[in-house]
Ligand binder design. Structure first.
Ligand SMILES: [Zn+2]
Length: 154
């Protein structure tokens, strides 16, 4: 019954580095086609009480719906449940992804149930201290400008 199990792909989140798993099914497979065919045949017998080739239209509609929902499900599972990182959104819009991760981490921090839950401890990358770097750069630039000013004055 290997065709009933969709492959589960395990990988590490690119942001929080926790291991998680995602179903590897992107499109409709044999099992869904068989279910849609059986459902369309049952609907054909319910509607027309006879063999009618109108069931092909019902079958096509069911296949379209199952493909749509499988793709929506695949897209929903791409977001990391622990840190909220969405790699697809990151490729499209980095700033929106950053805001989403910040909002998720803030909600996680303020939710007291996360302290009691079995969620793994996040291994977040260290934040760059941009303010300290900006102060150091401003000090270096001001020193360089003072030196220039001294040269000009001489
Ligand atoms: Zn993550």
């Amino acid at each position: 019954m290997g065709f009933l199990k969709s492959e589960i792909k395990k990988f590490y989140c690119a942001f929080c580095r926790t291991q998680r798993s995602v179903r590897n099914q992107i499109h409709v497979q044999f099992f869904e086609v068989a279910i849609c065919l059986a459902a369309s045949l049952i609907l054909m017998l319910l509607f027309w009480q006879n063999i009618d080739f109108k069931f092909v239209a019902i079958f096509a509609i069911l296949i379209i719906f199952s493909e749509f929902f499988i793709q929506i499900k695949q897209r929903m599972t791409m977001t990391c449940p622990h840190c909220g990182f969405d790699p697809i959104l990151y490729k499209k819009n980095v700033q929106a992804c950053v805001e989403k991760v910040k909002a998720h981490l803030e909600a996680r921090k303020n939710n007291p149930s996360t302290l009691l839950s079995r969620q793994p401890k996040l291994n977040l990358p260290p934040r760059k201290q941009t303010q300290k770097l900006e102060k150091k750069m401003a000090a270096v630039v001001s020193r360089a400008n003072q030196g220039k000013n001294l040269d000009v004055r001489l």
